[in-house]
Design a protein around this ligand. Structure first.
Ligand SMILES: *Cc1c(COP(=O)(O)O)cnc(C)c1O
Length: 361
């Protein structure tokens, strides 16, 4: 079989050793003679698996003891309404930084439950999109929470600093860059992530929540989305997505084997550097994001001649470089290079890009 590198934005490529292990133990998990999907979530074997996944995630992200970790259903978007519903008891205003598609949708969902304010949006200078500095916008200390997205998957915009607002809990959508670099969890009130980019299969959401933010849910919050309910039940108020949880656990083990997040961060930096320098060193390709906001996970690029897009996509796919089409809102190309994308995959893409430019430039 031809070597495939899958640059899909999500569901995205998973580490090969993880898939091989899941395959090896699919029919006989833990010596039980069944798969992990077929056993009770309340039985000892699955509870041990679930607890290990949480412990490994805590170790990887250095999650302080005063934070709870939840494994819930509903993916990333499930949190767009869960957050306002669960924090509504703290006040009726949420503030938002809007830097792209996802943080905008989070506002639209929050509006159903509370007043919302947009503190700032991405701007353009010299043809490049950038995120305004915090000195150019202001947080209201009365807000129930402040929400932003650390990595805009569609646009390819990343924010690598954490806003400073001691009085307002920061809620961060880290769906597409969680565990890609070392962060200080204690700066956040809530971190959440849909799993299908950097954690595991789609449908699962990981929620990391500081304990003092529990207990503020609206009365009409559905129990399965009520953080406190789920904390009280170790994320098993309803049947959790057991296979996704198990697979996420394998991904966490794999990350620990790679040396943890600090090590994978170095690989991620090198992958991004290779791609952006290829783009910057040519007039054939361009990227429209200001340097300080360029995503290390989703590298968006366009060709000066967009008529070549379909040829680029066709020929790259023929060489095993899959799913490079940009989001329909942005156009052009997007290479998603999450933790599981090996450096070789990015090298192969860069070689292809150079050759494509040589022939068509
Ligand atoms: C993919 C993504 C989402 C949506 O996740 P779903 O699981 O499809 O609901 C939300 N936010 C970000 C940043 C994403 O990348």
């Amino acid at each position: 079989m031809q070597q495939i590198f899958n640059f899909s934005a999500g569901p995205a490529t998973l580490p090969k050793p993880v898939l091989e292990r899941a395959q090896a133990e699919l029919l006989n998990w833990n010596g039980l003679g069944t798969s992990v999907m077929e056993v009770s979530h309340r039985g000892k074997p699955f509870i041990a698996c679930a607890e290990k996944a949480e412990a490994d995630l805590r170790q990887l992200m250095q999650i302080p003891a005063n934070y709870k970790v939840l494994f819930l259903q509903g993916g990333g978007r499930g949190q767009f309404f869960s957050v306002p519903m669960n924090l509504a008891g703290r006040g009726d205003l949420s503030q938002h930084l809007v830097t792209g598609q996802w943080s905008q949708i989070a506002v639209t969902e929050a509006e159903k439950y509370m007043k919302t304010e947009i503190v700032a949006k991405t701007q353009t200078a010299n043809g490049k999109l950038f995120v305004p500095k915090q000195t150019d916008w202001e947080l209201n200390t009365k807000a129930a929470y402040f929400h932003y997205c650390t990595n805009e998957t569609v646009d390819g915009i990343e924010i690598d600093w954490v806003p400073n607002c001691p009085d307002v809990p920061i809620v961060a959508d880290m769906s597409s860059n969680i565990m890609s670099q070392v962060i200080d969890v204690s700066k956040f009130g809530i971190i959440y992530a849909g799993a299908q980019k950097n954690i595991g299969p789609s449908g699962l959401a990981v929620v990391i929540i500081r304990e003092d933010l529990l207990g503020f849910a609206r009365k009409d919050t559905p129990a399965v989305f009520d953080y406190q309910q789920q904390v009280n039940n170790d994320s098993m108020y309803n049947t959790p997505p057991t296979f996704s949880w198990y697979l996420a656990g394998l991904v966490f083990e794999w990350l620990l084997e790679q040396g943890g997040i600090g090590e994978i961060e170095k690989v991620n930096a090198e992958k991004a550097r290779l791609l952006y320098s290829t783009i910057d060193n040519s007039d054939f390709y361009r990227n429209q994001i200001a340097n300080e906001n360029r995503s290390k996970m989703n590298v968006t690029f366009q060709m000066a001649n967009s008529n070549l897009d379909s040829l680029f996509l066709q020929q790259s796919a023929e060489q095993g470089l899959q799913a490079l089409k940009g989001h329909r809102f942005v156009g052009g190309m997007r290479a998603s290079i999450y933790n599981a994308m090996p450096l070789e995959g990015v090298k192969a893409l860069v070689e292809f890009m150079k050759e494509f430019e040589r022939v068509n430039g």
